[in-house]
Design a protein around this ligand. Structure first.
Ligand code: ADP
Length: 470
């Protein structure tokens, strides 16, 4: 069953229930008040007769006036022996309600007498002071008007209720249709997107954005956008990987071809093949680390790492790497310990340091530093290199991103994966990797890592930048 039909059914069912309860209440109240009125009339008449009846040796005697009541009240007076003493209508001599005659106390009942629906009050006549029941009187009033009123009310309630329920169902159906129409459009567009395989399409927002459907459309469009971005990233990633693998593969194939033509092994060609194979191996390893880190599945050792020792090691290695070309310095050196994977953290710092050395021109300076900022440790790698333009900064942690794509790199790496890996490894350590750069003046990368233990013993000195929130 469709949602629209279900809503309409519920709507109509609830209204039917409410109307039924209301109808029953109205019907019962009206009947009760009409019957009460008749009962009151019967009661008054009964009182009149009761006062008038006389007991004689021969039985009960009633003055004729006592039965001169309103036309709507019929009276029968029976003596204790069951003989009719008097009645004010000429009807067969049987009690209006024979079933109640034997009762010792006054009671109301309903009965059919000669085809007429009657309200009957049976009243025992008691002699004073001895209290003996000397007869019974029955007063009756026709219930024709009550029956007619009830019948009319029933017809009004039933027909009115039916019309109301039908109307409600109709209104419910149209309202539900109008409310669900935008949903149908959403479904239609979603199907078109699937059929056309076109994730760039969006569902147009009609109606208020705060409404249920509006929010659904916005959420759906956001999902589409995210999916589109994901597919685009995936596509770019594949294209980048293929591109990065093509160059070493071409070199390897070229050298193999050359050797085949020469008919002998050539050391230079073998060296080239070896170095390109190494490059491919590194690339594949990097991609593996990156995908693992991105999905949070990078296996990490969790041990106490003395960051100051680690920074010192990276400093020594950087000096070797920089040779005489660039000066590598050690700046502020606080003491800090973090919980993490020593090798991976070293990989991050070496990556940043080797980038700094590589991009800094001859005569420049690269400075490593470790500062303690509250609960955080901050390792900085600053250089006096060319800097990175502001518009490039948001992208430099993306996979395969290079600021100057045509810039030829020498030596190891160069695929544009180093910073992505550093970023994700830092993230895997619950830390953050930040960059600040000014074109022409240099770049500073900051690795923020949460300290294990109680943090700095001394207040932070000479550090800039606010520590991230844990
Ligand atoms: P690559 O393998 O190309 O170095 P990275 O991911 O390590 O890849 O770096 C991405 C890009 O960021 C580099 O291509 C370079 O343009 C830029 N970059 C990184 N570090 C620095 C730096 N210290 N100074 C200037 N540019 C840098």
């Amino acid at each position: 069953m469709t949602l629209r039909a279900r809503l309409t059914l519920w709507y109509a069912a609830v209204l039917t229930l409410v109307l039924a309860a209301f109808g029953v209440a109205v019907y019962a109240l009206l009947s009760l008040s009409l019957i009460r009125e008749i009962d009151a009339t019967l009661n008054v008449a009964a009182d009149d007769i009761r006062l008038a009846f006389r007991r004689e040796v021969t039985g009960i005697r009633l003055p004729p006036m006592a039965l001169d009541l309103t036309a709507n009240v019929y009276v029968q007076v029976w003596d204790a022996g069951g003989a009719l003493v008097a009645q004010n209508v000429s009807v067969p001599e049987t009690p209006f309600d024979p079933d109640r005659m034997a009762q010792g106390e006054a009671a109301y009942s309903e009965a059919r007498f000669e085809g007429i629906h009657l309200r009957v009050l049976t009243y025992p006549l008691v002699a004073q002071p001895e209290g003996a029941v000397v007869g019974t009187m029955q007063l009756a009033s026709p219930l024709t008007t009550v029956d007619e009123a009830q019948h009319a009310l029933l017809i009004v309630l039933l027909s009115g209720g039916l019309v109301a329920v039908l109307l409600a169902a109709l209104v419910g159906w149209t309202t539900a249709s109008a409310a669900l129409r935008p949903l149908e459009r959403v479904t239609e567009t979603a199907l078109q997107i699937t059929r056309a395989d076109d994730l760039s399409r969006r569902i147009p927002l009609s109606g208020p954005p705060q409404g249920e459907v509006g929010r659904l459309i916005i959420a759906f469009n956001e999902t589409l956008e995210r999916l589109e971005n994901l597919f685009e990233t995936q596509r770019r990633f594949l294209a980048d990987v293929s591109h990065e693998l093509r160059t070493p593969l071409t070199t390897i194939l070229g050298n193999l071809d050359l050797m085949r033509k020469m008919g002998q092994l050539d050391t230079e060609s073998l060296d080239a093949i070896s170095s390109e194979t190494q490059r491919m191996k590194r690339l594949v390893q990097d991609i593996l680390v990156l995908t693992q880190a991105e999905s949070g599945r990078l296996p990490l050792a969790r041990s106490e790492v003395e960051l100051d020792t680690l920074v010192l090691e990276v400093f020594q290695q950087s000096k070797v790497l920089a040779q005489e070309r660039v000066e590598v310095r050690l700046g502020q050196e606080d003491q800090a310990r973090v919980l993490g994977d020593r090798d991976r953290l070293k990989q991050v710092l070496l990556n940043l340091a080797s980038n700094a050395i590589e991009y800094t021109p001859q005569g420049g300076t690269v400075t490593l530093g470790l500062a303690c900022v509250g609960d955080w440790a901050r390792v900085t790698v600053s250089d006096t290199g060319p800097g990175i333009p502001q518009e490039e900064l948001p992208h430099i942690f993306e996979r395969f991103y290079r600021v100057d794509r045509s810039r030829k790199r020498t030596g190891a790496g160069g695929a544009g994966l180093g910073l992505s890996i550093a970023y994700w490894i830092t993230r895997s350590h619950d830390g953050r990797l930040e960059v600040a750069s000014e074109v022409g003046r240099g770049t500073t990368f900051s690795v923020w890592l949460p300290q294990s233990g109680s943090g700095c013993s001394d207040p932070p000195s000479g550090t800039s930048g606010a520590a991230p929130q844990r």
